[in-house]
Design a protein around this ligand. Structure first.
Ligand SMILES: C[S@@+](CC[C@H](N)C(=O)[O-])C[C@H]1O[C@@H](n2cnc3c(N)ncnc32)[C@H](O)[C@@H]1O
Length: 476
């Protein structure tokens, strides 16, 4: 561990690390439901509870559980005896009046209870930054937390913790927690909270169904180099990432990607100049959020105008995301004259399309025309070129896109209508084998219950099948 005036404490490589190497595997300190999920779930195993007509409830506190199996099974990372004794004090239980907001205080309560249940875990949590002074300045965070704290205190007659202590816990969670969206939970982890952020991270992490976290290197990391992960969505532009990091993690990111207006040559935030219709508007000073945006033709726009336009199109993206393939393609066509083809708003839709072609109703792989197969190939290849720069190496998104790319390539290469030469076929199969090997390697790290894990299994099966090609064509 090192310390710097900018990053605070951060972790560096003790020795050279290879891509794919495990850097850390740790069990959580605490796990709980993601706040503001708005859905009832089992306090023990976090399965969603859909049927409130037949609720199984904890015999101690009366909170909903998913099944008899979870009843009274006090679990370290689920419903514990001490939590039950607190929840028992409340008359209100989620379910009858849809009072699901009660779930919001479960995770903060669990962190607070560590003080009584585990000195070692509580000591580890207290090492984390809560940024309380900065958080207090943000009235929205502070007031929302106060509502949650008042609710916890009222419902469970909590007198054991002061408001200040509970606000600090909210800070620990905001700054240091890791969410597992597909399991509907979030938690704090020892050591992992020390990784610094970078908008081109050199690691990826997974949290498995037992909540253990594994951090792996996605690219080689040299001895002494910072080991980083991304706290922000790497598939968004600098303006959005930096605003998110400032608002929720309280720092101004000055990483290599943020400092470069082109974002490492991807042009992921570039807006097409409507004056010369040729060049792109980019911020003159990307680290200044109020920077003027300029095109090489000399045209300039204020940040305000750019932001307003981006906001308007972002709203359109949100709407079109759930629409049909045809509507998404129409959206891309309409905005292709407004943005660089790699703009993140277009990339969001291109990512969805790269997966929908081949999966969606009436667009199953065997139903795709050659034109649509080629479209899927084009989308995947465009995306991979961007990911190579912003999510390089063994990143999840590269693994998924490589898997998506292999299928249309395979269909075209092996099409009987095409009289492909053996040489051509062999070179295509070699490329497909490379894609599957890479996708299998990347996605084999994933939890098998997750969507990515399932794609990983499919990649593995396809790779197995590819061995038959070698019987026909010799070593690929
Ligand atoms: C999860 S903590 C990381 C550990 C933290 N540095 C510490 O000493 O506890 C996140 C906090 O670390 C700091 N941080 C992490 N990455 C940073 C970066 N790239 N630039 C500036 N500050 C960073 C910020 O204060 C941020 O709120």
């Amino acid at each position: 561990m090192k310390t710097s005036p900018i990053l605070g404490r951060y972790l560096v490589a003790k020795e050279d690390i290879k891509a794919g190497d495990i850097i850390l595997t740790v069990p959580p300190l605490v796990i709980g439901p993601i706040q503001v999920q708005g859905k009832p779930l089992c306090l023990s195993c976090y399965k969603e509870i859909n049927d409130f007509n037949l609720p199984v409830r904890c015999e101690g506190c009366g909170w909903p559980l998913c099944s008899k199996m979870c009843q009274n099974s006090y679990q370290e990372y689920g419903h514990t005896e001490i939590e039950c004794s607190f929840l028992r004090r409340s008359e209100n239980k989620p379910g009858y009046n849809f009072n699901y907001h009660l779930y919001d205080f479960i995770l903060p309560l669990r962190v607070a209870l560590l003080k009584y249940t585990s000195t070692q875990k509580w000591t580890e949590v207290q090492k984390m930054q809560s940024h309380s002074k900065l958080r207090k300045k943000n009235k929205t965070f502070w007031n929302n937390d106060q509502i949650m704290i008042d609710c916890m205190k009222k419902e469970c007659s909590v007198t054991e913790f002061t408001d200040q202590e509970l606000h600090t816990i909210c800070g620990y969670l905001q700054v240091n927690s890791f969410a597992v969206e597909h399991l509907g939970v979030s938690g704090l982890f020892p050591t992992a909270f020390l990784f610094a952020h970078d908008c081109v991270p050199n690691t990826t992490h997974i949290i498995d169904s037992k909540f253990n976290m594994t951090v792996r290197a996605t690219v080689p990391i040299s001895k002494g180099e910072a080991v980083t992960l991304s706290y922000a969505n790497t598939l968004q532009g600098t303006m959005v990432r930096r605003a998110f990091l400032k608002e929720t993690k309280f720092f101004n990111c000055i990483c290599k990607r943020c400092s470069d207006a082109t974002e490492l040559g991807t042009f992921i935030s570039a807006v097409k100049c409507q004056i010369c219709k040729n060049g792109y508007l980019l911020p003159i000073d990307p680290l200044n959020k109020n920077s003027i945006w300029q095109c090489s033709c000399g045209d300039e726009k204020t940040e305000e105008i750019i932001s307003l336009y981006i906001k308007k199109v972002s709203d359109e993206v949100e709407k079109v995301k759930n629409k049909s393939i045809t509507e998404m393609e129409a959206f891309l066509k309409m905005f292709s004259s407004k943005f660089h083809p790699n703009h993140y708003l277009l990339i969001t839709i291109k990512c969805l399309l790269s997966q929908l072609y081949g999966k969606s109703n009436r667009y199953l792989l065997h139903e795709l025309s050659e034109e649509l197969l080629l479209r899927k190939i084009e989308l995947c290849k465009d995306l991979l070129q961007i990911f190579d720069k912003i999510e390089p190496g063994l990143s999840r998104i590269r693994g998924i896109t490589m898997y998506e790319l292999h299928a249309p390539l395979m269909i075209i290469a092996t099409s009987i209508d095409k009289k492909n030469s053996e040489k051509y076929l062999k070179s295509q199969l070699k490329y497909i084998k490379f894609l599957l090997t890479e996708a299998n390697l990347i996605l084999s790290f994933e939890d098998s219950t997750s969507k990515e894990g399932q794609i990983g299994c499919a990649a593995k099966a396809a790779l197995e099948e590819s061995k038959q090609w070698e019987q026909l064509f010799g070593k690929l």
